[in-house]
Design a protein around this ligand. Sequence first.
Ligand SMILES: Nc1ncnc2c1ncn2[C@@H]1O[C@H](COP(=O)(O)OP(=O)(O)OP(=O)(O)O)[C@@H](O)[C@H]1O
Ligand SMILES: [Mg+2]
Length: 453
Amino acid sequence: MTLVLVVDDVPAMAEQYAYDLKRVGGYETLIAGGGAQALDTLAAESVDCVILDLEMPGVDGFEVLRTMKERGIATPVIVYTGTGNYDRCVQAIKLGAYNFIDKSESMERVVLEVENALEKVRLVSEVEALRRDLGTGSPLIGSSAAMLELRETLTRVAPIPSPVLVVGESGSGKELVARELHHLSGDRAARAFVAINSAALPENLVESELFGHERGAFTGASRTHKGAFEIASGGTLFLDEIAELPTPAQAKLLRVLEEDQVTRLGGERAIKVDARVVAATNRDLEAEVEAGRFRRDLYYRLNVHVLRVPPLRERLSDVPELVDHFLAATCARFGVRSKTLDAAALEALMACEWRQNNVRELRNIIERMIIASERETLTLDQVPAELRGAARSPGSDSTPRTFQELKAEAERRIIIAALERNEWHITNTAKELGLADHASLLKIMRRHSLRRD
Ligand SMILES: Nc1ncnc2c1ncn2[C@@H]1O[C@H](COP(=O)(O)OP(=O)(O)OP(=O)(O)O)[C@@H](O)[C@H]1O
Ligand SMILES: [Mg+2]
């Protein structure tokens, strides 16, 4: 629902305008009788557009525009004037007003201006979203069986407004999955993606960050503050490290999810919100529930749709693609010519378990390797020693490898990818690969020292 605020010191004028805006444009309207009241309303309500009189006693329209700019309030403003003094209107536009109209203008024309202003806001946030996308490149690299399955579930769940729980080890890509859910969520994608990490916030601030507070709600609350739920309304609210949410906040979160409305701290009024909640954790939430640290009812509310991000060791066949991606992205960021990895180095990375930090660890290693060498081709020499230990060392480091070695490596990759596709089911994998029986596959696996977890 679009909410328009009409600001005019002449009550009859404001009321007539509000009435006509509702009738012709179908908008919800609010009225402010002066500049100070307008600023209060802007701080307290989610206003979509303002129609502002310039000539008012006390805080006039110019002052309102100036203060909005100072406070970073980006709501579009259309100024109107009865004096026909267009110099003043131009001055208002310089202060950030979207456009101006004459008070005698037809209401159809006014509604058209409001629609244009709203459209501009939508475009601006869409451009911002696109820019963010460009910055991060194509997200979610990987075409292993596990990744394909994740992507399929993700695409199916994305347009549904119910909460999603993303689980997975540290650095496995949970936040990336949350952002992808946002991008694929249809109309929401053009609205805000707001991330809140309750583990990173002091306990006494969590609730005010999530739900907002009114002026004077607690010591230091000198002005009204919108919470993440309100800011993310129409878009996505990402609740990272949900297991760390303090118990009182858990209770409030549950209520908001059930009622689709928030009440700010110290506030009386319930405000409608429509934020899609994506929660993430690297903990076993069920165990947290059993241990009494996480509310069971909230857990049930969140775990209707669960996306499990597989650890990197369950999708080692993604390593080459991820390596290419991080090489290109990191070299571009450092402004150096793109580098490649030789086969031995890549094989070493594919033999790692990545138990510390999954994809993030791989990304960091690639960055270190790029810094460690001037050369275009990175070799096993640049692979950090602690990782090389984990890998089998295939003879001397950077000498070109024989046909036999290259063939063995290709075989290894084919086997790993097939095993992952079949969830390490030996007979099924052997069948898919057209091998005589499961014993033949086991023999090849032994040759490559491949074992199930
Ligand atoms: N599939 C992927 N494709 C490309 N980059 C990825 C992928 N998965 C993870 N990354 C990158 O790895 C890093 C860690 O990912 P992210 O922050 O999403 O992990 P996380 O699971 O939220 O970690 P934590 O548990 O530490 O919060 C990021 O730089 C992200 O861009
Ligand atoms: Mg994260």
